[in-house]
Design a protein around this ligand. Structure first.
Ligand code: ADP
Ligand code: MG
Length: 397
């Protein structure tokens, strides 16, 4: 797979697809992690005298009124601060204005185009990978670099579409993601998978893929309830997922010795902060809602992780947004961080990563994957449509 290093980009127009899909409130960026994540590739391109053209989407644009608040103008400002240089912003992503701005661009200058999804208003051209839209964007550059890992599982005009038409490579962010995530395809053993979060249904692909390969699966969070119900326990008013019961039964039968479920839970009568009551899984009452794994379970899970060499973790152990119920997730994260030298911990999933960042553990864990849906997709299939398009382009150019 070619990376930006493989191209001579001096004085060339380099189109870089970034992921600037940042959370915004009242026109302000509330978390710039993704912008910072794009820095390395952009800085490399500037230091190699390229003419840099940046493309990204921001949110969903379904109707004209969605445009308000979805402009990338604030991202241009933030980029200027981070890069300490002017970032030219055009308030369009197609048309003459864009062509003129590109034609005037000099080496080491940066141009950011408006949100690519503004083109979704006219018949979903961006999201539907419209060939003429891809053709327009490709006509602006000499080389295409895809560094937007978070959208690599989708075939859009601004990623797959352009890759088909221009010599393409990946950027440093994508390179690091695939290199680190790859660890779990040939893991050092013992290899332990930790699963949690809201729904079994979202994670079926990951369970089916890794259950045969891993040594143990520790299950917590809302995901544990259908498994515990499948074992015959009464889960009170905990989150329900009846249509996953059969799948859980099947998995429990097939991987009986690998799957480890909670033995106690932090319960509450309602979804709010307070002092949790800890209950054995056999003791839940009708109005008890399980919101975290209990202390005995935390200990059991830590014991199971003691000799691990590789850990893949997706989904928090509880309703971590409520500070009284983040203990399970927090304690396991801290435990894994304390064993950084021994364990390669790969964390996927927006919420699990958010919890690690909230606890300032991003540097203490081997890899926090920023991809959300793309990460899950990559873990399941070991490739992504965006990566395939880059590979195809390498074969063609
Ligand atoms: P990720 O984004 O890491 O893949 P998910 O989106 O699958 O994780 O799940 C995260 C959500 O799961 C959080 O909003 C959290 O509140 C919820 N959750 C975890 N445990 C429970 C629980 N016991 N009861 C209700 N919700 C839970
Ligand atoms: Mg989530």
């Amino acid at each position: 797979m070619k990376t930006i290093r493989d191209f001579n980009i001096q004085d060339k127009k380099v189109l870089i697809r970034c992921d600037f899909n940042v959370p915004m409130q009242d026109g302000k960026i509330i978390d710039d992690t993704r912008i910072k994540g794009a820095m390395e590739t952009i800085q490399y391109a500037i230091s190699h005298q390229a003419k840099v053209i940046l493309l990204s989407h921001l949110g969903k644009v379904k109707e004209e009124s969605d445009k308000e608040g979805k402009t990338l103008a604030p991202v241009a400002k933030r980029l200027e601060q981070l890069l300490q240089q002017k970032v030219i912003f055009v308030d369009a992503c197609v048309g003459k204005k864009v062509e003129d701005a590109v034609n005037q661009l000099k080496a080491k200058e940066i141009l950011l185009l408006e949100n690519t999804r503004f083109e979704d208003l006219d018949g979903k051209k961006e999201s539907g990978n419209d060939p003429s839209l891809a053709q327009f964007w490709a006509s602006l550059g000499d080389v295409f670099i895809n560094d937007a890992f978070g959208t690599m599982h989708r075939a859009h005009a601004s990623n797959v579409g352009i890759s088909k038409l221009l010599p393409s490579g990946i950027g440093f962010l994508v390179e690091k993601e695939i290199e680190r995530l790859h660890t779990v395809f040939c893991p050092k053993k013992p290899f332990i998978v930790i699963l949690g979060g809201a729904k079994v249904k979202d994670k079926i692909g990951v369970i089916e893929k890794f259950a045969p390969k891993c040594d143990r699966i520790l299950i917590g969070g809302g995901m544990a309830f259908p498994f515990l119900e499948a074992e015959g326990y009464f889960m009170g008013s905990s989150m329900k997922e009846e249509d996953s019961l059969d799948f859980c039964k099947k998995m429990l039968k097939k991987y009986k010795d690998k799957i480890i479920l909670p033995v106690d839970l932090a319960v509450s009568k309602e979804w709010k902060d307070g002092s949790p009551a800890y209950k054995d899984i056999t003791k839940l009452e009708i109005d008890d809602m399980g919101l975290d794994i209990g202390p005995q379970t935390i200990q059991i899970f830590k014991n199971q992780l003691q000799d691990a060499k590789t850990v893949l973790w997706n989904g928090p152990m509880g309703a971590y947004e409520l500070s009284s119920y983040q203990k399970g997730t927090q304690e396991l994260l801290t435990y894994l961080a304390s064993k950084k030298e021994q364990i390669r911990t790969i964390i996927g999933g927006g919420d699990t990563v958010a919890c690690a960042m909230k606890n300032h553990l991003e540097k203490e864990l081997y890899h926090l994957s920023t991809g959300g849906g793309a990460t899950l997709n990559y873990l399941e299939s070991e490739t992504l449509v965006g990566l395939k398009a880059v590979e195809q382009s390498n074969a063609n150019h």
